[in-house]
Design a protein around this ligand. Structure first.
Ligand code: G6D
Length: 345
């Protein structure tokens, strides 16, 4: 197990975590951005499996949130407002009349305070931040931490924790774009994804969750037995078209099995499984990923990665029937998502 750190541009620090089984994770204190996850393929060839910019300065703007911690609330909040305890809170309208991903002062733009650590079987970095009352329009002084832990079982564990001094809205995630083919050898069309979910949330034309749950049966959203992402990308179903030809939807976990998601890429043999105590996730197939930005192994284009943004849905701020994103002063926000990597013969 090893951890290296080095000062780079803008007083940012880049940390590289390495375990004893040829897996490494690199991340920035800026935005908690994961810049690289390198894992072996079936032939033990170690390659990068996430999208990362070649020029680190491209993370300053990062319109696609590559690798970043997203908060205070991941996803879209309708009309950039919500009512809490009878008070209307107005957020930054950073996408039309709506609010997305915590706004321009969201957690993807924060230089987190980093606390590296190492044990016999783990290595990691705990990132902490104090978000003041009113930041981005959100109430409450928020103490938040996100811990990245790499284990010797080729797991990357993300632990999210927070407390607030008054009721607020909080739903944190990581916005890495995964591509298991390795060093961007292929797009994600042939990634075979299984999601243990019977329902997803309908989107309107602004990609705002309508609050309507749709059963996945007989739709391209039925990934319960696994499906190639190409199905949803080429689908003419209304919801895939609304998402700009693909997936950009919140799947509600059944929380029945050992894992919530499994992703297989047959050429490399790589497998990634995801287990989370979050009630669901947004799967986004990079349908509108900007073209032509230089990445470490090539140039960005749609469908070059897929995001698995575990979170509670911001739909709960405007509709009944969803796990809440409200955090009260007497509560502790504690969420965990584990990304486990392996390969098949
Ligand atoms: C697009 O609709 C998608 C979002 O889900 C994603 O988070 C963002 O690009 C980066 O707006």
């Amino acid at each position: 197990m090893n951890i290296e750190s080095r000062e780079i541009i803008n007083n940012w620090t880049l940390y590289t975590l390495t375990n004893d089984h040829n897996m490494s994770v690199s991340l920035l204190d800026f935005g908690g951005i994961i810049t690289n996850i390198s894992v072996p393929n079936r032939n033990k060839k170690v390659e990068n499996v996430v999208l990362g910019y070649k020029n680190i300065s491209d993370y300053v703007d990062n319109p696609n949130y590559l690798g970043a911690i997203v908060g205070r609330v991941a996803g879209r909040i309708q009309n950039a407002s919500f009512i809490l305890d009878g008070k209307t809170h107005t957020l930054e309208t950073n996408e039309g009349v709506h609010h997305i991903h915590g706004g321009s002062v969201g957690f993807h733009q924060v230089i987190w305070t980093a606390h590296p650590f190492q044990t016999a079987e783990t290595v990691g970095v705990r990132l902490t931040h104090t978000s003041p009352d009113g930041e981005g329009g959100y109430p409450g002084n928020l103490e938040v931490s996100v811990t990245y832990t790499l284990t010797n079982k080729n797991e990357l564990i993300l632990d999210y924790s927070a407390t607030t001094d008054k009721s607020t809205a909080l739903s944190l995630t990581n916005h890495s774009y995964f591509n298991l083919s390795g060093d961007l050898a292929e797009t994600i069309h042939n990634h075979h994804v299984t999601i243990d979910s019977d329902e997803f949330i309908e989107l309107d034309k602004d990609l705002i969750p309508t609050g309507k749950k749709i059963h996945v049966a007989n739709t391209p959203f039925d990934l319960r037995s696994g499906r190639y992402l190409a199905d949803g990308i080429s689908s003419t179903s209304n919801q895939n078209l609304i998402a700009n030809h693909g997936y950009d939807h919140y799947f509600i976990f059944n929380q029945k099995g050992q894992k919530n998601v499994e992703v297989k890429e047959e050429t490399s043999g790589r497998i990634m499984s995801i287990k989370s105590n979050q009630p669901g996730l947004v799967m986004y197939t990079a349908n509108t990923l900007n073209e032509g930005i230089e990445l470490a192994e090539g140039y960005s284009k749609p469908y070059l990665g897929v995001c698995f943004e575990t979170q509670a849905s911001p739909a709960s701020l405007h509709h009944e029937g969803f796990p809440t994103v409200v955090l009260n002063a007497d509560e502790i926000y504690e969420k965990q998502t584990v990304f486990s990597f392996s390969s098949e013969a």
